[in-house]
Structures are given as C-alpha cells and as structure tokens.
Design a protein around this ligand. Structure first.
Ligand code: GLU
Length: 470
C-alpha cells in the first residue's frame, strides 16, 4: 500500500488588520498538526482585496507569528501575485464548459433581487446566462465568469470538527470566479492556491464553513483532490458573547504588551478549543506530541483571563532566569520612552530573579516588582509602603540603623542584627523589617528583605534607609 503523503497545512490570513487571537489560534492548530505529523506548514497572505490590504498588516501578521513562535516552511506566498494563474484556471474552466460568461448588468441584477425579495424568495443569481450564448449586442460588453455549478443534489462538507454538513446545491448559486475587470475572486484564488500548494488539510475558522461548500463545487469542477476540512468553532468573550473589542484585547500584540509569554499564549490558545483529558498545562513539546484533529471541540470556546494569568505565572516560573532578564529588557525597550537597564541593574535583577518570578503573573508585574533594582537612590513610596512608614515605624527604622551599620553586610548577619535589635526593644521582627522594606524598595512586598539589602550593598541600602528615618 502506498504510504500517505505528508500533510500540507497552511495559514491564510487576509492582511487587513492585526493578527487577532482567533487567527493566532488557527495558525497554531495548523502549525501543531504539521509539526505533529512531520508535514509542512505554509503561510499565504491573502492580499487580493487591494483596498483593504496594507503592508503594515502584513508586517503585523508576520511579527505576530514570529512572536508566537509559529515558524512556517518556505517563503511566504502572496496571493495577489498569483492572479494570472487564477485567471488561467478560470479560462480553462470556460474552455471546458464548466464556467460561463455572464453579461448581466448591475442594474439587471438589482432588479432581479428586488423581484425575488418582493416574491419572498431567497435572493440569488438565477443563472440567466448559464445556457445562453452572447449575441452581437454583447460584443465588447463587460462580463463576469461564473462557475457552472451542479444544481441538483447536495454538497457535503465532511468536516473533521463539525461532522458532515450538507448543503442543497439548489441553494448555492453560480458564483463569480472572475470579475468584469478580469480580477479573480477570493473563492477562486483560495481554491487554486490550495491546489497549487498541495494543501491536504484546511483548518480555519467556522466562519468559512459556507465557503467550504462553494469551494467544493469549484474543486469538483477542477477535478482537484478534496482536502480534509476542520472548521474551528468561534472564540467567545468571558460573558459567552462573540469576542469583540468590547472584551478587550483582540490582537496578539496586545497580549505581548500586557506581559504574556509566547509559551503561555500557545498553551492558552491550544486549550481554547482542543483538549487532552483534564490537562491544562501543556507545554509546546507535549502539544506537538499529542495534537490531533479528533480532540478539537465542537462548541465555541470562551476566553478566561484568570486562567490566562495563572498559566502565565506558571510559564514565568518555568522560564530560566537569564531568559526572563532578556524578556524584561526587551519589554522595557518597547516602552515609550524606552527604558534601558544598566549593567548593575541587570545583574541585580538576575540575582533577585528566583524570588521575583515567584510573585509575578505577567512581565509587567515582574518589572514592577523589580523596579527598585533598576536605579540608585532613595525610593518614592507607593501607597502601601507609605502606610508602613508612619512616624512610629520611622522611629523603629531610625533606631535599628546603628545595629545594621555595625554589622557585616550579608543577608544572615543583617537578619541576626535586626532580630537582636527587635528582641532587645520588645518589638516583633516585622515591626522592624516592614519599614526597612518600604524604605528599601518603595513597596510593601518584595523578595526577601535581607537578601535584597545584601544584593543592593551597604552604601546603596543605607542611602535608601536613611532617607526615611525621620
Ligand atoms: N483569508 C481568510 C481569512 O483571513 C482565510 C481563508 C481560508 O483559510 O481559507 O479569513
């Protein structure tokens, strides 16, 4: 028996805006299936809509894919560049009698629809040029090329996700393949490109299910092999309504800017519509091993930001300290104005990372927790820290300073000195440590205080502490 050829998948975004979360999930599923099967993952930019396609959107899509870690095989394919080939296929269908020229004018078609509407009938092209030859009066007149689709029977989309979805052919009119200016329509371009690219599996949003029926008619006319379809249910907002701007971020870039890691997004988007038992934490390597089409869910998935945060916390903790420092540096460089860390700051952040990363769910939280390590000098206090530095507490801080000044500047010695001071003054350690922490970091919580004192060093620590002794 001949071995099944390796699957060929593609992601085919239209460059009319950002790479949004639904598109990113589609790309991810295609990528995972290709990597799982050892197949190919192609990227095709569907830029046939010249009015709405922009180079910025192409950049945003490529950037979004790169950030998500979804590498494609071979060169990016631009659909518009293939228009001549699309036309060639339409002309071949014309020659074979599988397509025809339709000379109906815009006014005629409007009148046709008005009549259908008035009669309470569905509005669709009535096939008036299907079996009619142009006469002398059509000479030089504009025409479109339409597919001569089967009118009886049904077209069935055998969908890996949604099952067998049936369409009465009588409900599908003869679609346009070439517009009157000779440009190919989207339907023609998609089918021809998938065929030429050898695409075996079409995994995309369920909003394309109806298109699949029409595309099948064309595939049949071309005598092309039918790909395996998988239409992914939509993604809803946390309230169950269709995901929209109202629900917050739609573009993957926005998730990057909110401090989510690409690993988190891959895991999170995977679980939006695909499952493996009760597993929530699924690394990319594991996902590549497990991914299949059978376990894609049939019902709409729902965004859950709390889950996203928790996953991100997990992946932050899993990320090596050095990598996190690089992530933090990259994040800061994208801010306006960009922030650049000194060598000293980087070293401090790296040293504190094991405990910083324990308390952050996003890179933003990680940065906020690390900010006291970025620059030298007395800290300004956030609200919670200000509450810790009420006059009494400042008194304790001032009184404890000589004990700290007199000790070796290491975490253990500093802690012993602070404990001894607290004990001999009838204070709890916290009554001394909390004001120290607030003065040192400007915050009410931080990585372990005595380690941070040691990390910042005697001179820098004392500058900060002395600033709050009154
Ligand atoms: N270009 C289409 C879109 O961005 C996708 C077409 C397809 O996957 O077949 O929605």
């Amino acid at each position: 028996m001949a071995e099944n050829p390796k699957p060929v998948l593609r992601f085919a975004p239209s460059p009319t805006g950002m790479l949004h979360i639904g598109g990113a999930r589609t790309a991810l599923f295609n990528w995972l299936y290709a990597r799982h099967t050892g197949g190919t993952f192609l990227l095709r930019i569907e830029d046939t809509d010249r009015e709405r396609s922009t180079p910025e959107a192409v950049e945003a899509i490529l950037g979004g894919m790169a950030w998500m870690g979804l590498n494609w095989d071979g060169d990016v394919i631009f659909q518009f560049a293939r228009a001549a080939r699309h036309r060639e296929v339409a002309e071949k269908l014309l020659d074979e009698g599988k397509a025809y020229r339709c000379y109906a004018t815009a006014e005629e078609l409007t009148a046709m629809r008005e009549e259908q509407k008035a009669a309470g009938k569905p509005m669709r092209y009535d096939g008036r040029w299907r079996d009619r030859n142009p006469g002398p009066e059509q000479q030089g007149k504009p025409f479109v090329v339409r597919l001569k689709a089967r009118q009886d029977g049904e077209t069935i989309v055998h969908d890996q996700v949604l099952g067998h979805v049936r369409f009465e052919n009588s409900q599908l009119d003869d679609m346009v393949l070439l517009r009157s200016d000779g440009t190919p329509t989207y339907m023609l371009a998609v089918v021809v490109d998938d065929f030429d690219m050898g695409v075996t599996h079409v995994i995309r949003g369920a909003d394309h299910l109806n298109n699949a029926a029409r595309q099948l008619q064309l595939i049949e006319a071309m005598g092309a092999p039918i790909p395996t379809y998988g239409h992914l249910p939509l993604i809803n907002g946390p309230d169950g309504a269709k995901l929209s701007k109202r629900h917050g971020a739609l573009a993957v870039e926005a998730y990057r800017d909110m401090g989510y890691l690409p690993e988190t997004m891959r895991n999170y988007l995977l679980r939006l519509g695909w499952s493996h038992g009760d597993d929530e934490i699924i690394s990319t390597a594991q996902a590549i091993e497990w991914f299949n089409l059978e376990s894609i869910g049939k019902s709409a998935a729902r965004m859950d930001y709390k889950k996203l945060d928790n996953l991100n916390g997990h992946y932050i903790r899993e990320t090596p300290d050095e990598t996190l420092v690089a992530e933090v540096t990259a994040f800061l460089s994208r801010e306006t104005p960009p922030r650049v860390l000194s060598m000293t700051a980087r070293e401090r952040v790296l040293a504190a990372m094991p405990s910083l990363k324990e308390r952050a769910k996003t890179l933003i939280e990680l940065i906020q927790g690390a900010e006291f390590l970025f620059t030298d000098g007395p800290r300004s206090l956030d609200e919670a820290a200000a509450k810790l530095l009420v006059p009494d507490a400042r008194g304790h801080l001032a009184a404890a300073l000589p004990a700290l000044e007199a000790t070796e500047w290491g975490a253990t010695d500093l802690e012993s000195a602070a404990r001894a001071f607290a004990e001999s003054n009838g204070l709890k350690l916290g009554q001394v440590a909390q004001p120290l922490r607030a003065a040192l970091t400007g915050k009410a919580s931080s990585p372990p205080l005595f380690e941070m004192l040691a990390l910042l060093g005697r001179e820098e620590s004392l500058v900060r502490l002395r600033a709050y002794k009154e």
